[in-house]
Design a protein around this ligand. Structure first.
Ligand SMILES: Cc1cc2nc3c(=O)[nH]c(=O)nc-3n(C[C@H](O)[C@H](O)[C@H](O)COP(=O)(O)OP(=O)(O)OC[C@H]3O[C@@H](n4cnc5c(N)ncnc54)[C@H](O)[C@@H]3O)c2cc1C
Length: 479
């Protein structure tokens, strides 16, 4: 710890209650890593009980140039919550109030609240908050806002950004700000609310949000379909979308994903058709809307799928979900490490992309099970390798480079929901022209002139897979 940091930490301890600031070794270790499992110990961890505490922390940090990393639950896979430059970590988990305005259809939340808790609170009032990352029982609203998190509902309902009406929090200087109000319309001045969404803790600390809710869909229907191969599956999905069907969920699993998941679930989804690519469809909405769309989907399945099965109730629907839920963890039978790339491909490029992926698997010699949300083009491409095998590490690095360049060439994105952090920092310039990166840096410099907020991320290319990983198991591993 430098003299300046030590002095600043002493000042911090004087300004805040003793229970809020910790320099205990166990607390520093807990805050040193996220789901990337790469550890950078901070000098102090701050667990604010009042939002105003954060203003105090930032004003001091800014004065003494102490790096500050904000932390929700640390579920990011991108290394974006790891304090690479040390300094202070602000842990948001104690700021977790949720209040539902059932008349306006809005949720007033503090940013340490968990997404799953928000969804349950909304549903208890007949409302629905659609963004649903698979990590929702762990991750926070603040983390979702900072990463613009998505999930399976993205195709029909959108992502976190589409539900944020207003934000409040603190600038790097410690000044309190509010972007927007609890209204559905707001057109007064520059929209810095949207600038904070997806800014990965680098432009300010979000303490609270007003989120839009939609009426809880009364009807749901689930169908699982299988196809001869990936090309047939994606070509058929495109036909489904052409017929104006808008599933609430539309999940694709390629053959490698299905083989692993069926083995893990000790089941064959469609007897005699083991290991075929699958598409899982869930319709949601009013009873009449679901009835109408169901007829279209069944007609489509009869024409295109090699097999299909519809759920007659929620228990049967859960059974259809079993393979999808297993696939992320099951693929570790193919390697002890994965590069989980949440790329986006425009629909018009699906078939080109699937040909590219088959060629990439052949060229790299690595398993690359792929699954994801095909109603919005957000596919999870999982490059599997063994850390102890240098040849496989090199092949994985080459494969990820090729993947990133290809998705951008196809008009897509290097990240649909996880953000950049450390892991995707080498590819920021693949996605963005020099002038675009320069504009982003200018925004960063304007809002955080001393560079204290989450430094070392996004703009500075780091090859994250070269760092040693902690050998620990996190509660959400393989979910
Ligand atoms: C098993 C698993 C499944 C996942 N599935 C999905 C998925 O389906 N969809 C998806 O989008 N993501 C998914 N993720 C990624 C991750 O859960 C999300 O990125 C989530 O938004 C991170 O939330 P968090 O509270 O854990 O934030 P953290 O990991 O603690 O932080 C993430 C980033 O947000 C910043 N941050 C956190 N809180 C604030 C705040 N209050 N103000 C400013 N900045 C802040 C941090 O500095 C950091 O840069 C998954 C992760 C795992 C491990």
């Amino acid at each position: 710890m430098t003299q300046t940091f030590r002095f600043a930490t002493l000042q911090l301890k004087r300004r805040l209650p003793p229970s809020v600031v910790s320099t205990a070794e166990a607390a520093l270790f807990e805050a040193s890593f996220d789901s990337s499992k790469i550890s950078f110990p901070p000098e102090a961890v701050i667990k604010p009980r009042k939002e105003a505490d954060i203003g105090v922390v930032l004003a001091l940090a800014n004065r003494h140039r102490v790096p500050v990393t904000v932390r929700g639950r640390g579920t990011t896979l991108m290394g974006s919550a790891a304090p690479v430059r040390g300094g202070w970590v602000i842990d948001m988990l104690a700021l977790n109030r949720i209040a539902i305005d059932a008349q306006a259809g809005m949720a007033h939340v503090q940013c340490g609240a968990k997404v799953g808790d928000l969804q349950r609170a909304a549903e208890a009032e007949g409302w629905f908050y659609p963004p649903d990352p698979s990590s929702k029982e762990y991750c926070t609203i603040g983390g979702n806002i900072a990463c613009n998190a998505g999930g399976m509902h993205g195709g029909k309902y959108g992502v976190t950004r589409d539900f944020v009406l207003a934000l409040r929090g603190f600038l790097a200087s410690g000044d309190y700000v509010e972007w927007g109000t609890a209204t559905k319309k707001f057109s007064a001045g520059f929209n810095l609310r949207d600038l904070w969404i997806g800014s990965e803790g680098m432009l300010g600390v979000v303490t609270g949000a007003v989120l839009k809710l939609i009426p809880l869909p009364p009807a749901r229907w689930t169908l699982l379909t299988s196809f001869r191969d990936e090309t047939a599956a994606l070509r058929s999905a495109l036909e489904l979308f052409r017929r104006r069907v808008q599933p609430a969920i539309c999940e694709f699993l390629d053959r490698e994903s299905v083989v692993c998941a069926e083995r893990a679930a000790r089941t064959t989804v469609f007897p005699g058709q083991a290991g075929r690519p699958l598409i899982l469809i869930e319709l949601a909405g009013g009873a009449a809307e679901v009835r109408e769309q169901k007829a279209l989907v069944l007609g489509w399945a009869k024409e295109h799928a090699t097999a299909f099965r519809a759920a007659r109730n929620r228990t049967e629907a859960e059974a259809l979900w079993a393979v999808r839920r297993k696939c992320s963890g099951a693929m570790f039978e193919l390697g002890d490490s994965k590069l989980n790339e949440d790329i986006v491909v425009p629909m018009r490029s699906y078939l080109k992309f699937i040909r590219f992926l088959a060629a990439l698997k052949r060229r790299s010699g690595l398993p690359i099970p792929t699954f994801g949300h095909i109603a919005d083009g957000n596919l999870h491409v999982n490059i599997m390798y063994h850390r102890a095998n240098p040849g496989e590490m090199r092949a994985a690095e080459a494969a990820v480079n090729e993947l990133m360049r290809t998705v951008v060439d196809l008009g897509g994105a290097i990240s649909g929901e996880h953000g950049i952090g450390l892991a995707k920092s080498p590819f920021l310039r693949v996605q963005h022209r020099a002038a675009q990166v320069k504009a982003m840096r200018a925004v960063k410099d304007a809002l955080d002139p001393r560079g204290i907020l989450n430094p070392g991320k996004m703009f500075e290319p780091v090859r994250i897979w070269k760092y040693p990983k902690l050998a620990i198991h996190l509660p959400w591993d393989h979910k």
